[in-house]
Design a protein around this ligand. Structure first.
Ligand code: GAR
Length: 206
């Protein structure tokens, strides 16, 4: 059974999608061992506890320096010895040491078709405001490996959908979120089954 850590900052609907996929037998060889948040009020932590999963908070605000936080964060994650780390709406930049230690074992879900509307400052509703402001006709969700440059790692999977006349950032967000809930658990499943091969920036599903 592969061990998964899910990192969250907010409501945790993507975490829930992974938990549902496990509960419903769509993911059979992975378990979520720990859910970590930087935000003590994240509802995602309640979802984890409700599932009997260890849920903890570690925030940069509680450390003297970013370096001290990064060290404690890495030590905490290491203590669970997980095989895969999933960023599911986690709004803290992942420390370089963590990326080096878990290279090709950390994925992130982003609510746009990368490389559009991504990178520093593009999170949550801001992504959909930018997409609508630009006038794109399609948007969607991307799962990618995490590298030091924010949202710039190799793409594992994308799901596109139409932008409709009259869409608001909220309505587009809701539609893209549905796509996120489909592709994130699917990527977890494929990774845990060893069916994801990466050659440079190209990722192949076998
Ligand atoms: C999701 O839409 C996710 O793609 C986004 O935050 C939301 C979290 O929702 N992540 C980013 O914008 C990261 N740049 P959730 O807590 O309900 O899963």
């Amino acid at each position: 059974m592969l061990k998964v850590a899910v990192l969250v900052s907010g409501g945790g609907t993507n975490l829930q999608a992974i938990l549902d996929a496990i509960d419903e037998g769509r993911i059979t060889n992975a378990q979520v061992d720990v859910v970590i948040s930087n935000n003590p009020g994240a509802y995602a932590l309640e979802r984890a506890k409700g599932h009997g999963i260890e849920a903890l908070c570690i925030s940069p605000k509680d450390y003297e320096s970013r370096a001290a936080f990064n060290e404690a964060f890495l030590a905490k994650l290491d203590s669970y010895q997980v095989d895969l780390v999933v960023l599911a709406g986690f709004l803290v930049v992942i420390p370089e040491q963590m990326i080096a230690r878990y290279r090709n074992r950390i994925i992130n879900i982003h609510p746009s078709l990368i490389p559009s509307f991504c990178g520093k400052g593009f999170y949550g509703l801001k992504v959909h405001e930018a997409a609508l402001g630009y006038g794109v006709k399609v948007s969607g969700a991307t799962v990618h490996f995490v590298e030091a440059d924010v949202d710039a790692g190799a793409i594992v999977m994308q799901r596109a959908g139409s932008v409709e006349d009259g869409d608001t950032p909220e309505s587009l967000q809701a539609r893209v979120l549905k796509a996120e809930h489909e592709i994130l658990p699917l990527c977890v499943k494929l990774l845990c089954e060893g069916r994801v091969a990466k050659e440079g920036r190209k990722v192949y599903i076998r």
